[in-house]
Design a binder for this molecule. Structure first.
Ligand SMILES: NC(=O)c1ccc[n+]([C@@H]2O[C@H](COP(=O)([O-])OP(=O)(O)OC[C@H]3O[C@@H](n4cnc5c(N)ncnc54)[C@H](OP(=O)(O)O)[C@@H]3O)[C@@H](O)[C@H]2O)c1
Length: 255
């Protein structure tokens, strides 16, 4: 009998974990996406899309589909689904492992102003007009409508819905990874003097942070939300090793 594994995804790491586990040959992997992106790139394994209906919905899904192992490899700011996963683990008695990607660390030359939430980011931009690069993702940007005095450059994978009601707005639709040299050119071209970012961690979107440092631009960094304490690993490689302890060696199962 194959191991039934549910991976809560939406990140490159989730896709990589799914690929490695599926390639073992003894795992039946399903990857779950929130459905935030209109046209997600191929995940390489069967995918289900959309919320489960809270903790109860997730627990019911685990029971119905006889999942034997869950992996939370969601985005570091997707705190609700991570919390639901941790609670549903107790209810359904299904083990949970998490991939917790480390955040970026401030380094020499960085000009970071850290805030607890997006409303805090709006506040620290201040009253005087600035040239702001918003890289928060489209779910979190409507709060900036409270500060229409700034010029905004907004980048997201899909268009913001409903559109941002801001008088001085330019939008870029693009999916990472983004190279530092391209980010540097973009910041210079648009005369950006403040970059608003989550502390997503990882290499794919670090280019903007490195570029801001090189140009001495302030980064308004929204701190990470608290996530539940569950057995976790910081990288795909280490998570696969953890999962391997639970799954056992491939050869021992005769596949
Ligand atoms: N989710 C992503 O793929 C993703 C990717 C990049 C960035 N982020 C950032 O994370 C923050 C919160 O995003 P969010 O609203 O997606 O997460 P969230 O606040 O943790 O989740 C909200 C609800 O969406 C559903 N959900 C989230 N992830 C899911 C998954 N992998 N499979 C099935 N259902 C899922 C769940 O609905 P039910 O309660 O109904 O199960 C969950 O309660 C935002 O700042 C966003 O920009 C998210």
């Amino acid at each position: 009998m194959p191991h039934k594994i549910l991976i809560l995804g939406g990140t490159a790491e989730a896709r990589q974990v799914a690929g490695v586990l599926a390639a073992r040959g003894d795992c039946d992997v399903v990857l779950s996406l929130a459905g935030r992106i209109g046209n997600p790139i191929g995940q390489g394994v069967p995918v289900r899309i959309g919320g489960f209906g809270g903790v109860e919905g997730l627990a019911a899904y685990l029971k119905e589909t006889a999942v034997g192992l869950r992996i939370d490899a969601t985005h570091p700011y997707a705190a609700r689904i991570s919390a639901n996963a941790a609670y549903a683990a107790d209810e359904a008695g299904v083990p949970l492992l998490a991939l917790r990607r480390p955040g970026w660390e401030r380094t020499d030359g960085d000009r970071w102003t850290e805030v607890d939430d997006v409303a805090g980011a709006v506040r620290v931009l201040g009253g005087a007009p600035r040239h702001v690069f918003l890289t928060l993702g489209r779910q979190d940007v409507h709060a900036f409508e409270a500060a229409p005095q700034h010029y905004y450059l907004m980048r997201s994978v899909d268009p913001v819905e409903p559109p941002l009601a801001l008088p001085n707005l330019e939008t870029i639709l693009a999916r990472g990874p983004f190279e530092t040299a391209d980010e540097l050119a973009l910041l210079e071209r648009r005369g950006i003097d403040a970059l608003v970012s989550k502390n997503s961690g990882g290499a794919a979107t670090y280019g903007k942070i490195a570029a801001a440092r090189a140009l001495g631009i302030e980064v308004v960094m929204v701190r990470r939300p608290a996530l539940p304490e569950v057995p976790s690993a910081p990288t795909v490689h280490e998570l696969i090793a953890m999962a391997g302890h639970w799954l056992g060696p491939v050869a021992a199962r005769g596949v």
